[in-house]
Design a protein around this ligand. Structure first.
Ligand code: GLN
Length: 484
């Protein structure tokens, strides 16, 4: 039996109706990984032990790929960095614990940008994954491995993290669903920190419904995590029956449709908005004026937090220890950190230390936190009038590997549409909405994602809107045709 490209919900139905068993499903996906990973280059570690599965549990036999940033007991967790190459945690992240309790088996750890810093997964010090939809193209990042393995049918779902777009953007580039809940809903405990006021664990799946299924299991208050939100959110299963958007008011912010948005992407997004109108949604074009400051703000706050979080990797308490000779403590630290961290991590540590330094703190860091508040107010004002905000995820489709590696600013700008929602801690989703031609010589047809953002804590409504759109769009069927 074939399970590649089926959703978790569809596989579960086959198990419940005795058409297959959890074990057969798990073995199938192990073979898929064995067959395809030499092309996709995503797995750092594969869990090939086949245990007995407790078929009564919700996720029995469902193999999830885990971004190599989540701690899992006795499973190497490298963060795609030489710094953590030999790190084997003795504990599970809360999210892993919650999923394991629901019967999930982690089938392995997948590659990413080093410490989740990047938009292409090319900053990995281990494997650099590729996009299954194009030749020599990036899968997006930083959760590029997670998106690529779902898109290639090697697993039905994967875990990722989103700090400034790292779930939504690779989901968009690989044609899968990427969901990041509100900041604080999914515990960060046991997830290696990048920028603590922004990091959000979430999922990459074939369907919105699967995103809801996993979110139900993953979310909830965690006393081990200081920013964890109280309570537990439960998605009402009735939302999967909604068929129209007559009850929804949507804003399309004009700042997200600037000239540098690729024509093909713009066309797909405009079509998606038309389709939402046909489904009954009331759509207005408006302005979110603070959007223009989001990237600058993010690239001050994020590196400030990165430099603080990465300070602990000194090779003494944590991380890689260099064999190079040294004469002073400073020299030893320098050796450990220079060998352990790649270029992007070093760049951000330097930038972060600079904006936090005594002479520049007020001018940069403090200012950025003030602007962050204005960005949040911009969204709050918008959500007094509408229910959702809809936009592109990324200004272009997946580009060629290496294309932006020597121009970090160009790379940073590609996150212009995902970063504002991250700064405001909003729940966001990327739903595949079509294919557009790449604006390079190859002119390949590549997936495009539609971003939907909701007010904080409105995950249920967000998933409902995304699900209605997804059902009307039939993207999975189109993708299946294209794969042939
Ligand atoms: N691409 C963004 C960055 O490099 C976002 C990364 C992320 O969300 N982890 O910071």
């Amino acid at each position: 039996m074939e399970f590649a490209f089926l959703s978790l919900t569809e596989i579960k139905e086959k198990i419940t109706s005795w058409e297959t068993t959890s074990k057969e499903v798990y073995e199938y996906f192990l073979k898929q990984i064995e067959k395809n990973d030499e092309h996709i280059m995503a797995f750092h570690h594969i869990n090939s032990d086949i245990k007995e599965f407790d078929s009564d549990s919700l996720l029995a036999g469902m193999p999830l790929a885990v971004k190599d940033i989540f701690c899992e007991t006795w499973v190497p967790t490298t963060c795609a960095s030489n710094m953590l190459k030999n790190f084997v945690p003795p504990y599970d992240a809360t999210i892993i614990e919650n999923l394991k309790q629901a019967g999930m088996t982690s089938i392995g750890k997948v590659s990413m940008d080093e410490y989740a810093m990047g938009s292409t997964s090319e900053s990995s010090a281990l494997k650099i994954p590729v996009n299954p939809w194009g030749i020599g193209r990036i899968p997006g990042g930083s959760s590029g491995g997670s998106a690529a393995v779902v898109a290639a049918g090697m697993v039905p779902a994967a875990l990722g993290t989103d700090t400034g777009g790292s779930i939504r953007q690779p989901a968009s580039m690989c044609g899968v669903v990427g969901f990041k809940p509100s900041y604080g809903r999914n515990s960060r405990y046991g997830v290696v920190a990048m920028a603590s006021s922004l990091d959000c664990p979430g999922t990459l799946t074939h369907s919105v419904r699967d995103a809801g299924l996993l979110y139900d299991i993953m979310n909830g208050y965690d006393q081990r995590e200081a920013t964890s939100l109280p309570g537990k959110d439960q998605i009402d299963p009735k939302i999967w029956e909604t068929k129209d958007l007559k009850w929804v008011r949507i804003w399309v912010p004009k700042e997200y449709f600037e000239a540098w948005l690729d024509a093909g992407v713009r066309e797909q997004i405009e079509q998606a908005i038309e389709q939402m109108k046909d489904l009954g949604a009331e759509v207005k074009e408006v302005s979110l004026p603070m959007t223009q400051y989001a990237i600058a703000t993010y690239y001050i706050i994020m590196p400030a937090e990165v430099s603080t979080n990465l300070a602990r990797y000194d090779g003494i308490r944590y991380g890689h220890k260099s064999d190079a000779p040294y004469e002073s403590m400073d020299e030893m630290l320098q050796n450990n950190r220079t060998e352990g961290f790649g270029d992007e991590a070093q760049r951000r540590c330097v930038l972060g230390s600079y904006v936090l330094s005594a002479g520049y703190y007020d001018a940069y860091y403090k200012k950025a936190t003030q602007i962050r508040t204005l960005i949040i107010e911009d969204f709050n004002k918008a959500f007094e009038e509408v229910d959702m905000i809809v936009s592109p995820v990324s200004p272009s489709v997946a580009w060629k590997m290496g294309e932006k590696m020597d121009d970090p600013v160009k790379m940073y700008l590609s996150d212009a549409y995902t970063i504002p929602g991250s700064l405001a801690g909003l729940p966001g989703i990327s739903v595949p909405c079509g294919f557009a031609e790449s604006e390079d010589a190859e002119k390949e047809m590549l997936p495009v994602g539609l971003q939907i953002l909701a007010p904080q804590l409105h995950e249920e409504k967000l998933l409902e809107v995304a699900h209605v759109y997804e059902q009307a769009r039939w993207f999975r069927e189109e993708a299946q045709e294209k794969r042939k």
